[in-house]
Write a protein that binds this ligand. Structure first.
Ligand SMILES: Cc1cc2nc3c(=O)[nH]c(=O)nc-3n(C[C@H](O)[C@H](O)[C@H](O)COP(=O)(O)O)c2cc1C
Length: 204
């Protein structure tokens, strides 16, 4: 059990093995401050196509699980690819499921941010705009920051490690802003006496 103060549910908008957007979320996780715990949602491909005929008592277990995980998270970070100028259908499908039942969207007032990556020149910018628009329609509290990552294949090494310092710095800033948006305070920094005690313990 983590002692972290707040949890971020990370949702990649791609089902692809080796997805750059999933890598971006893993990088955000690896670099996040200690009081921020990432959870990675990997169930996008398990969700059936949304249909009002599958609501109520017929709601699929995969949808209930998605809603539970969103409800439990303090914040949501979506990293989306761009398909033909918009978000992938599988991501829109998940957001549509999350928006139901009417008036009970688990995104209502949920601190949320959208980032995205593409091998192209614009870093999935139009897709991020689309995600933000949809989050707005669902009543989410949207972080007013963007992070389009163009030419993403040049930003990671062959092991999937983020090697671009500019992107890393922007990612750090965005995650900090998202954490602040939750209103959950970061734990205070240790006093200098506590810090030197901790150093002595580590060196012993
Ligand atoms: C159906 C399809 C449409 C695409 N359309 C766009 C596009 O409009 N803009 C863009 O920058 N890249 C586009 N791409 C390329 C994706 O950005 C690229 O495949 C990216 O790596 C997908 O993200 P992922 O690595 O997280 O899976 C498209 C790819 C596919 C498969």
């Amino acid at each position: 059990m983590s002692s972290s103060a707040l949890t971020v549910l990370a949702i990649p908008g791609s089902l692809r093995r080796g997805s750059f957007n999933a890598m971006l979320l893993r990088a955000a996780d690896a670099r996040s401050p200690e009081h921020v715990a990432f959870e990675h949602y990997e169930g996008l491909g398990d969700l059936p196509h949304f249909s009002e005929d599958l609501e109520g008592a017929l709601t699929p277990a995969s949808v209930l699980e998605l809603r539970d995980r969103l409800r439990a998270a303090d914040a949501v970070l979506i990293s989306t690819p761009e398909y033909n100028g918009a978000m992938p259908g599988s991501l829109k499908n998940a957001l549509d499921w999350a928006s139901r039942p009417p008036g009970e969207s688990v995104f209502k007032e949920k601190p949320s941010a959208a980032i995205g990556a593409s091998p192209g020149r614009y870093g999935a910018q139009r897709s991020q705009e689309a995600v933000r628009r949809v989050l707005g329609a669902m009543g989410a509290e949207i972080l007013d920051e963007e992070l389009p990552v163009p030419r993403v294949h040049e930003k990671f090494d062959t092991e999937g490690v983020l090697v671009d310092e500019d992107v890393a710095a922007q990612l750090d800033g965005l995650v900090s802003s998202l954490a602040e948006l939750t209103g959950i305070p970061a734990p205070p920094l240790p006093s200098s006496a506590e810090y030197s005690l901790e150093c002595q313990r580590m060196l012993a």
